[in-house]
Design a protein around this ligand. Structure first.
Ligand code: NAD
Length: 479
């Protein structure tokens, strides 16, 4: 494995710095369970310094006053620099996150694309003129909120950080990223790319700290103007309380329990492959993972057999060897996933494969497929965030919809059918922010993403995301 730098720092006001307390977090490789590096641990004082730095950047108006074509060039340059750093980033992310080399490469590419995508819009964000009759001039402006506080989870840390950072910068905001305490290393490369691209000092600050310490300090800081949170519902609720106290707008990107509905006319070969990838990619640690499959009774057994065969065809091992089945992030996560599996078995579900951890170093969970799942079971209702698929069956389409829509979540959903009319009928009734037809995870940086119900509100990605980072000012003039 490539040698990883042994100590990483926070990035505040254009400088790499230790935590004020001198404390550090150990960083572990999930494939071995061994420590590979340390990172400076940010506390309240560090968060305060980061917010002050961002406030000074906003006050300087450097990005706001910049000619739009220059802001485009700056964001494009950030994308270029991230791509140029790819060979350094990939082994680091595979080591601290567990994902395989292909997924780490995809994450670098997705990150670069966010900067390029929003670079293409930085010169197309403008207000309008509204006719008010003789003697008046009226126009609107799109004004940055100011300091955007961005709390990032560990599953796709680099790409999710870029997903919010790029449109925030396109809108001329300054950003403080609270990186996750596990798997924070990839995000550090954003600062390297920003420096090389010439982003003015203070517009990007990165602090790595605990949720209860640095996360709370940031989201309750009086110097922030907007919050983007990506993570679990429980944490999102805490943050929304803090935001309510200060009336700070939020974008909430939270969890999911996404279901695919399989009609009897679906192409079973492609459906089996898509359904297996939907839950086994990155060990199921994907917010929009296809963690439930609702299958027409007439094809249930055959499809389960096919998905099982696909799952068995994947090899398991460390991400650095580019296996498809890679470890989950931590021992805690592995314990939690296994507890969910136990609850399913006790409630009467049958593990066709898996159901327990794999006896080897690191945090490997066996790919798991449960049949005989009923709607009341925890494995149907709660987000497991592991490679565990719950299969349910249906007879009538309305029944399938009721099962799919029957959880608190509404992040993603899917439909497998050859009948386009049926696909649209179903998509129109699914309570989810994203609907995949015949291929789970279809989409890209260009399409809006976010949740219905308790999966959140606001949309990231696509043109829609820009609205999160600017507010409208109307100027009415009596001539
Ligand atoms: P988490 O909620 O435990 O942590 C997310 C982030 O919040 C971390 O940086 C953490 O340090 C921080 N945090 C924790 N407590 C905090 C507090 N009190 N105040 C402020 N910040 C705090 O989630 P996780 O386990 O890191 O991530 C997994 C979850 O994220 C899953 O539910 C997954 O579905 C969700 N997720 C959603 C999306 C999306 O786009 N909707 C994308 C990826 C992950």
């Amino acid at each position: 494995m490539a040698q990883i730098k042994s100590y990483w720092q926070n990035y505040i006001d254009g400088r790499w710095v230790d935590g004020a307390s001198g404390a550090r977090f150990p960083i572990e490789d999930p494939a071995t369970g061994r420590q590979i590096a340390e990172i400076a641990r940010a506390g309240k004082a560090d968060v305060d310094a980061a917010v002050q730095s961002a406030r000074r950047a906003v006050a300087s108006r450097a990005l706001y006053d910049m000619k739009p074509d220059k802001r485009c060039q700056l964001l494009n340059a950030m994308g270029r620099e991230i791509r140029a750093l790819g060979d350094e980033i990939v082994p680091v992310m595979t080591a601290d996150n567990g994902k395989n080399l292909d997924f780490s490469r995809d994450e670098v590419e997705g990150t670069a694309r966010y900067f390029e995508y929003y670079a293409g819009m930085a010169d197309k964000m403008h207000g309008r003129s509204i006719p008010l009759g003789d003697g008046y001039l009226d126009y609107t402006q799109l004004v940055p909120y100011g300091v955007s506080a961005q709390v990032v989870p560990w599953n796709f840390p680099l790409e999710l950080a870029a997903r919010s950072l790029a449109p925030a910068l396109a809108g001329a905001n300054a950003v403080v990223i609270k990186s996750p305490e596990i798997s924070p290393l990839g995000i550090c490369f954003l600062a390297i790319a920003a420096e090389r691209a010439g982003l003015p000092k203070g517009y990007l600050n990165i602090v790595c700290g605990n949720g209860e310490e640095a996360g709370e300090a940031l989201t309750s800081h009086p110097g922030i103007d907007q919050i983007v949170f990506t993570g679990s519902v429980a944490t999102g609720q805490r943050i929304m309380h803090k935001a309510a106290d200060r009336v700070v707008p939020c974008v909430m990107e939270m969890g999911g329990k996404s279901a695919g509905i399989v009609y009897p006319d679906a192409d079973l070969e492609t459906t089996a492959k898509s359904a297996a990838i939907a839950i086994l990619a990155h060990a199921g640690q994907v917010c929009s993972a296809g963690s439930r499959l609702i299958v027409h009774r007439s094809i249930h057994d055959e499809l389960v057999e096919r998905i099982t065969a696909v799952a068995k065809s994947f090899t398991m091992g460390p991400g650095v060897e580019n296996h498809f089945l890679t470890p989950v992030i931590s021992r805690n996560q592995l314990d939690k996933i296994e507890r969910y599996c136990q609850s399913g078995i006790q409630a009467g579900a049958r593990a066709v494969i898996g159901g327990r951890r794999v006896d080897r170093p690191g945090h490997f969970m066996a790919p798991t497929i449960f049949t005989g799942v009923t709607t009341d079971m925890l494995i149907n209702r709660e987000e497991i965030f592991g490679p565990v698929l719950s299969v349910l069956s249906f007879d009538q389409p309305e029944e399938a919809l009721a099962i799919a829509n029957g959880t608190d979540y509404g992040l993603a959903a899917g439909v497998y059918t050859r009948d386009l009319g049926r696909a649209h009928w179903t998509a129109d009734r699914l309570e989810a922010g994203s609907v995949f037809v015949n291929q789970w995870f279809a989409g890209g940086n260009e399409v809006p993403f976010g949740g219905f119900k308790r999966s959140g509100f606001g949309r990231e990605k696509g043109v829609e995301a820009l609205g999160n980072y600017v507010q409208t000012r109307n100027v009415a003039v009596r001539l």
